[in-house]
Design a protein around this ligand. Structure first.
Ligand code: NAD
Length: 478
């Protein structure tokens, strides 16, 4: 396994300014796999200076040339998918199949945005009185601070680096301290693809708060793109306000999964397995509460519990395992406590529900029935392999229940009636709706949340717009 352990600043790898380090552990075994540089606030400011120094050159690089570099990075990622997947498995704990699919998904953002780099347009308008012309161009915003979580160490990074570089921005990436190795590897890969020094910098300050605050106060920084919890997102929005930074925020979710009585139950169970268990439940898009019509409730719960029970729990390094570990024992304990609380509130454990003996941050696939709307387990993001199922009758409105949260990232709906599905999708207060599907993420689609799940979109044509600023040039013909 190829490991990079230094901060990556201005194209050079270096230890921390004060010699401090962060330990990276394999959550499936508890073993330490690397010690990497813990960047100081000064190191982070140097990274911002490097990005500011590289900005004029990168912004002036022809779009086609920037596109070719991103295309090269895509091709390297495809070629090196096994190495990338191995890093993801070791530092994050997810299973091999999930890591490989993340590596492929992550690579697609470089391909997609290599194609978008050459499609940035503008506008030419005639003023209403006819004597003026209005020219609108889109220009790179400038130095961008990118902050990513631990649950998708490759994809969350490429989903930001891809559009930023395509737009002509330069970046400082701050990955989560739990999973920095994939990001540091990507920095090397981008260098080999031809990204000039300073265009991409990677720093891992731990703890992050003071160093990130220092970066956001640097006058060269114009953009913050953050993926993580709503709680931290709120803090960063306040800090970004001091410099009036443009902010893109991909925050937490609390996704409802509604199964109507006219749904294909077998398809709904297959969709539930993906919506709940992709990434072992540690996804912002993970189905968090299942509202199932009474008429199909028992059929759904039995089949779902059987499918969950068939998963094999163990380290992701063994490709036979289908459910890996959580990212840390602390995260595992939070998930276990949610299940204990659900049982106290009257839930029945249909499968799972007990921490297995032995090392590693493992928790089994768990289905809970007898949960009521409003019970604690379904009121906020679980971020683990636990599925609370809530039955609804003809007198209940599952869409109102689905909307009864301050979050609104994604919703899942299963129904045999397309018109009903669209009507329900239009009522759901979320940025995305998966209709008779267990997954919606797609580099070609605008990913993002409504309400307190975020601001802005990633992927698609919308993704590059987050890193572009409109400039209006006034022309007088008279
Ligand atoms: P987190 O908010 O704890 O951390 C996210 C990032 O912010 C990490 O890099 C972390 O080091 C950094 N950070 C934490 N506190 C900070 C502070 N005070 N100042 C500056 N930086 C700080 O989230 P997490 O636990 O790593 O990830 C899980 C969360 O991310 C979940 O809520 C999940 O829903 C969300 N998420 C959202 C999306 C999306 O696209 N909407 C995708 C993946 C994950």
């Amino acid at each position: 396994m190829k490991l990079f352990t230094g901060s990556y600043i201005g194209g050079r790898r270096r230890p921390s300014g004060d010699g401090s380090t962060v330990r990276v552990d394999d959550p499936a075994t508890g073993e330490t796999i690397a010690e990497i540089a813990s960047a100081t606030a000064d190191d982070c400011l140097e990274a911002v200076e490097a990005a500011a120094g590289a900005l004029p050159g990168w912004r002036a690089t022809p779009p086609r040339a920037r596109a070719e570099v991103l295309r090269g990075a895509f091709e390297l990622m495809v070629r090196e998918r096994d190495q990338i997947a191995e890093l993801i498995v070791r530092e994050n704990g997810k299973v091999w199949a999930d890591a490989l699919s993340e590596a492929d998904y992550a690579a697609e953002f470089f391909r997609w945005f290599s194609e978008e780099a050459v499609r940035v347009g503008g506008d030419f308008r005639t003023a209403p009185n006819g004597d003026k012309r209005i020219l609108v161009t889109h220009q790179a915003m400038g130095v961008s601070v990118l902050i990513t979580p631990w649950n998708f160490p490759a994809a969350m990074a490429t989903r930001k680096i891809g559009p930023a570089l395509a737009a002509g921005c330069t970046v400082v990436l701050k990955p989560a301290a739990e999973t920095p190795l994939t990001a540091l590897y990507l920095a090397d890969l981008l260098e080999r693809a031809g990204v000039p020094p300073g265009v991409v910098n990677v720093v891992v300050p731990d703890p992050p708060a003071a160093a990130v605050r220092a970066m956001l106060r640097h006058p060269a920084v114009r953009k913050l793109s953050f993926t993580g919890s709503t709680e931290v997102g709120r803090v960063l929005l306040r800090e970004a306000a001091d410099q009036v930074l443009s902010c893109s925020m991909e925050l937490g979710g609390n996704a409802p999964f509604i199964v109507f009585e006219d749904a294909d139950v077998e398809a709904a169970v297959a969709g539930a397995m993906v919506a709940k268990m992709r990434n072992g439940g540690a996804a912002c898009t993970a189905a968090n509460r299942f509202y199932v019509a009474e008429a199909v409730h028992e059929e759904f719960v039995s089949a779902f519990a059987a499918a969950m029970d068939a998963l094999t729990l163990g380290p992701g390094t063994d490709p036979g395992n289908t459910l890996g570990s959580l990212v840390s024992v602390a995260e595992r304990d939070k998930v276990a406590a949610r299940v204990v609380r659900a049982v106290e509130q009257g839930a029945t454990v249909r499968v799972g529900g007990t921490v297995p003996p032995g090392p590693g941050a493992f928790y089994p696939a768990t289905v809970l029935s007898g949960v009521r709307h409003g019970d604690d387990v379904a009121a906020s993001e679980i971020f683990g392999p636990v599925a609370p199922v809530i039955a609804f009758g003809p007198q209940d409105d599952p869409v109102a229940w689905a909307n009864d949260t301050e979050l609104g990232l994604i919703s899942y709906v299963y129904t045999g009636d397309l018109a009903r599905g669209i009507a329900v999708a239009e009522r759901l207060e979320s940025g995305m709706v998966a209709l008779n599907r267990g997954v919606a993420s797609d580099p070609a689609a605008p990913f993002g949340g409504a309400k307190q799940s975020g601001l802005g979109r990633e992927g698609a044509a919308e993704g590059i717009r987050e890193f572009l600023e409109e400039k209006y040039i006034a022309l007088d013909l008279a």
